[in-house]
Design a protein around this ligand. Structure first.
Ligand code: NDP
Length: 480
């Protein structure tokens, strides 16, 4: 086997399928076509293993005899699912005979992982335990969101369609994982998938541009009509392109990007377990997954709010939005989870508690302030808002000068920034990659805030100046 990493007859450590345990094994042969090694355990069991499930003996420590005796690998093996890639060739004797050879990887296991191995959970396969954990958390979020964070929906059974879309997707994904679909493919082919999405967004944009040439004038956006092909292709020409009743822009804004974001995060959790030989995702990975899942679920629950956003109301549907929805959100907002797959970051309990607190406080400010403004804009004479002070404007609309919007300008940005910080902190400070979202988001909000300030000054004139004099504090400092 000239170009092969492990040679015939070499003694190496082979991972027992479906577990994080490594045993001493001898390499029998290598099959170049299937790229599998046939190895033999000390009890005579022959298995086919991938190269990534084999390690050199260096860097391992043996388990104590008493521990190995008390939990035989035979028991583990009988309850764990073998990955499809492994084929058991022959085993007349049980692997219990090699209990004393049970080996664990010395690094980077944590005390938490060691503890996990002592619990019955370890008998579940990694995929089953991760799936169970995520199903439970998804269901918890889906059905336990308090009404205070869902002001637009009075009956939890009348959840918006987006919410059902993600619930159905979650069920489909969990079922696929149980059927043996290997979602870690998403991690190992991340760039290829991002490139494929980019290609789809380009094709979609070409289609949008071509069809916009035949659209009636009243269906066109204000921007995107410059006559410059490149600019109009980028900015979008038609406001709300539809195929019959199917609104392409609304769909792309609310479905593939947001649900794909959660799916990719989940796949990263599985990839982390595989790569780090863990029985459950790390705490950092769980935090990143749950925090972002909460953000997406909140967005889908309140999806009617998007109908009044700039994206929906004013921007044409072109490459800018198509790229943002299909590539930028799913493939860059998942970079924290992607990073954690190969860069474990252990969190102390106080750090974990602090990050969770930051996220929850940020979410509270974000949701409460956004809901207060949305409720006020929907019905300014709502009796529940009668305690709020307002300034009238020449347009007939009023501006809030008490409540959340009286404390600081753009309180919703504050909550969003706190949440963004809580998404990056679980990844530590060793690399810039997991901080990408935070940096991008600050730049985005600075630009957005400045655009909004000019727009509001134009719309409301002296009433806006009075608002700014009354509410002096702003979340985003004026930079230009
Ligand atoms: P806002 O929701 O803050 O909307 C700004 C508008 O609110 C103003 O144009 C004005 O519109 C109205 N308004 C401002 N001040 C007052 C006031 N005192 N009283 C009443 N109405 C007021 O802005 P965005 O659309 O930028 O953000 C919405 C949310 O989405 C934020 O939480 C933001 O952080 C988040 N976001 C997240 C992104 C992400 O990638 N994660 C990207 C972009 C936004 P009018 O008077 O015409 O009603």
């Amino acid at each position: 086997m000239p170009s092969v990493k492990y040679q015939r007859g070499e003694m190496v450590m082979g991972r027992w399928p479906g577990s994080s345990l490594y045993y001493e094994v001898k390499v029998l042969r290598y099959d170049a076509s299937s790229q599998l090694y046939t190895v033999i355990y000390k009890d005579g069991t022959e298995l086919e293993l991938k190269e990534q499930d084999i390690k050199n003996a260096a860097g391992f420590q043996t388990r104590s005899r008493s521990r190995s005796r008390s939990r035989s690998p035979g028991r583990r093996r009988s309850r764990s699912r073998s990955p499809a890639r492994t084929t058991r060739r022959s085993s007349s004797r049980t692997a219990a005979a090699v209990a004393t050879a049970a080996i664990t990887e010395s690094a980077p296991t944590s005390r938490r992982d060691a503890k996990l191995k002592d619990t019955p959970e370890v008998r579940l396969s990694p995929l089953v335990s991760a799936t169970a954990a995520f199903t439970v958390s998804a269901l918890l979020f889906a059905f336990c969101l308090p009404h205070s964070v869902c002001p637009s929906v009075s009956d939890p059974l009348c959840a918006p369609p987006g919410f059902f879309a993600i619930a159905v997707s979650a069920v489909a994904v969990v079922a696929a994982v149980h059927q043996g679909v290997d979602l870690t493919y998403i991690h190992s082919h991340f760039l290829q998938l991002a490139t494929a999405s980019l290609l789809i967004s380009v094709l979609l944009s070409i289609y949008l541009y071509v069809r916009s040439r035949y659209a009636a004038p009243e269906q066109l956006a204000l921007g995107g009509n410059s006559g410059n092909v490149v600019y109009d292709f980028f900015k979008g020409h038609e406001l709300n392109p539809r195929i019959k009743d199917f609104d392409l822009k609304f769909f792309c804004e609310m479905r593939p990007g947001l649900i794909g974001w959660c799916l990719i995060n989940f796949a990263m959790a599985l990839a982390e377990m595989k790569e780090q030989s863990l029985n459950a995702p790390s705490y950092s990975m769980i935090l990143v997954n749950l925090f972002q899942l909460l953000y997406v679920l909140d967005g889908l629950w309140n999806e009617e709010a998007i109908l009044t956003t700039m994206d929906l109301m004013h921007d044409g549907f072109g490459f800018m939005l198509a790229f943002g929805d299909l590539v930028w959100v799913p493939f860059t907002y998942t970079l924290q989870a992607y990073y954690l797959v190969s860069h474990p970051n252990l969190l102390s309990l106080p750090a974990l508690a602090a990050i969770v607190t930051l996220k929850l406080v940020g979410f509270y400010i974000f949701r409460k302030s956004n809901s207060e403004k949305n409720a006020f804009r929907r019905n300014p004479s709502d009796p529940k808002l009668s305690h709020l002070k307002t300034i009238p404007t020449a347009t007939g609309k009023s501006l809030l000068v008490s409540g959340w919007w009286g404390v600081v300008r753009h309180p919703n940005y504050l909550g969003d920034l706190m949440m963004a910080l809580a998404w990056s902190l679980p990844c530590g400070f060793s690399h810039l990659l997991p901080w990408h979202y935070m940096i991008y988001f600050i730049i985005l909000l600075v630009h957005r805030d400045s655009r909004d300030m000019s727009e509001c000054r134009r719309k409301y004139g002296s009433a806006w100046d009075e608002y700014c004099r009354t509410v002096r504090y702003r979340i985003i400092p004026r930079v230009y």
